[in-house]
Design a protein around this ligand. Sequence first.
Ligand code: AMP
Ligand code: ZN
Length: 123
Amino acid sequence: MDNCIFCKIAAKQIPSKSVYEDDDLIAFHDINPASPVHFLIVPKQHIATLSDCDEKHAALLGRMMVLAPRLAEQLGCGYQGDGTGNGSGGFKTQFNTGPDGGQEVYHLHLHVMGGPRPWRGQR
Ligand code: AMP
Ligand code: ZN
């Protein structure tokens, strides 16, 4: 897709601080982090928004979600706990979709935000 910044990052035409890459996905640090750890998981294929996804994207979306905790762990913000609310660490995962969803870059991406609080604008 011409003039898409995340297509250009995926094609290495513009630089990014890489976190992960495989045949289908890349992950890189957000240039304007909202939290101490803030990276984006991005399919190499150009898909504009989550609303453009259907059943045939289910496996790709699943891989993005499964990758999030693995990379969060590697970057020091994994969830350490017993699954009951006890424990420490953790992160937010977020897809922004469309104008009312606050989407700025129209190439599908999953935000992963973690690290010690306070975060920008949050306690
Ligand atoms: P969204 O509002 O969900 O579309 O978020 C787009 C995100 O992409 C924002 O958090 C930006 O800071 C981030 N971003 C934009 N350009 C770049 C870039 N060249 N490298 C890394 N992150 C970027
Ligand atoms: Zn794109």
